[in-house]
Design a binder for this molecule. Structure first.
Ligand code: NAD
Ligand code: WQD
Length: 332
């Protein structure tokens, strides 16, 4: 049985679908601070199987101990946490509490229960702005906001944990820019309030819910001048988690692995592809660069291929098509 913390969230929910498809049993723990139980019903509709779930907080020791006592949990996929960079600057205590304290509480409960296999959601944000691209896992790490720092602190904790006790099996996965949705249109990304990430904004502009996309700068050293990112389809990420679990079943070790496509797409590439796939016009305006934004970011994905046998299969058209299907089916 796999415990999925944050399993009702964007990446967690898609991973639950792939876990079911791969034949894993799982139980979700989520406090629904950024999701709703409706997502779990949607997972049931997609997989045709009931989903076990508990409403609760990873910071709550009693909840965790109860779940580990109730189920024979062999591994944990740990998605639960807060993830908005700007919000983290205003609310650092909440971010450290959820992401750092929450992760400490989780690994503490795992240790008490004798469950020492963990897949952790980290982020390409730990690479900071000055790296030559593509960036490999061995690159120096720097962070410029509280959210990124919480990821780095937890990465450090997991490193020390695996050094202190070699029985731990840990995969720290550094996601690049997850986008897209399950091709059923039943689950996807539902940001609360105004989205800050590019793809949900593009979706809402295409749907007529917002007037235009503001492009943050067209003077980056890219072919069209707009920023470049390694957008990766959320279903490919989900496959990456199943591959990481299978790897940890075979290897008692600690790995840190990038999950991306290894290819960059510019902000303008995304807008153009989305227009083509949705048949909608996406008005945009060029505005000044976003503070502390990185110009170009894309992953060296050779380690994921070598260790996990994983490569991203879906391209930018798939990402836009699936994001648009989800947006169209769900209105706002
Ligand atoms: P999300 O907000 O959609 O999902 C997180 C889930 O965790 C939500 O369902 C939320 O209700 C739950 N949660 C939050 N705090 C909790 C707590 N204390 N106890 C129990 N449940 C809690 O986010 P996501 O995009 O699915 O991201 C999942 C993970 O991946 C996060 O750790 C995030 O930092 C990381 N990540 C996300 C991205 C991205 O762009 N989406 C990129 C890199 C890394
Ligand atoms: C992508 C590109 C923007 C919005 C963030 C977090 C990172 C990770 C993923 C969790 C950039 C441009 C954006 C807009 C724009 N999350 N853009 N107009 O900045 O790569 O990463 O999400 O770990 O930690 O920092 O993603 O989607 O915000 O931006 O022009 O309205 O789109 O400048 O070039 P980013 P993003």
């Amino acid at each position: 049985m796999i415990l999925v913390t944050g399993g009702a969230g964007y990446i967690g929910s898609h991973t639950c679908v792939e876990l079911a498809r791969a034949g894993y049993e799982f139980v979700v723990l989520d406090n629904f601070s950024n999701s709703t139980p409706v997502v779990l019903e949607r997972i049931e509709r997609i997989t045709g199987q009931p989903v076990r779930w508990h409403e609760g907080d990873i910071r709550d020791r009693a909840t965790l101990d109860r779940i580990f006592a109730q189920y024979p949990i062999s591994a944990v996929l740990h998605f639960a946490g807060l993830k908005a960079v700007t919000e983290s600057i205003d609310r650092p205590i909440d971010y450290f509490d959820n992401n750092v304290h929450g992760s400490i509480a989780l690994v503490g409960a795992m240790e008490r229960a004798g469950c020492k296999t963990l897949v952790f959601s980290s982020s390409a944000t730990v690479y900071g702005p000055e790296q030559p691209m593509p960036v490999a896992e061995s690159a120096p790490l720097t962070v410029s906001n509280p959210y990124g720092r919480t990821k780095l602190v937890v990465e450090d904790l997991l490193y020390e944990l695996s050094r202190s006790d070699p029985q731990w099996r840990i995969a720290t996965l550094r996601y690049f820019n997850p986008v897209g949705a399950h091709d059923s249109g039943l689950i996807g990304e539902s940001p609360v309030g105004t989205p800050s990430n590019l793809m949900p904004l593009v979706c809402q502009v295409a749907a007529g819910l917002r007037p235009a996309v503001q492009i943050f700068g067209d003077d980056y050293p890219s072919p069209d001048g707009t920023g470049i990112r390694d957008f990766v389809h959320v279903m490919d990420l989900a496959d990456g988690h199943v591959a990481a679990l299978a790897f940890l079943e075979r290897n008692q070790t600690h790995i840190v692995v990038n999950l991306g496509t290894g290819r960059g797409a510019s902000v303008m590439d995304v807008i153009k592809a989305f227009e083509r796939l949705s048949g909608r016009r996406i008005p945009y305006e060029i505005v000044s660069r976003r503070t502390a934004d990185i110009g170009i970011s894309f992953a060296d994905v050779s380690l994921a291929n070598e260790l996990l046998g994983w490569v991203a299969k879906r391209d930018l058209d798939d990402m836009c098509r699936d994001a648009w299907r989800w947006q169209s089916a769900n209105g706002q």
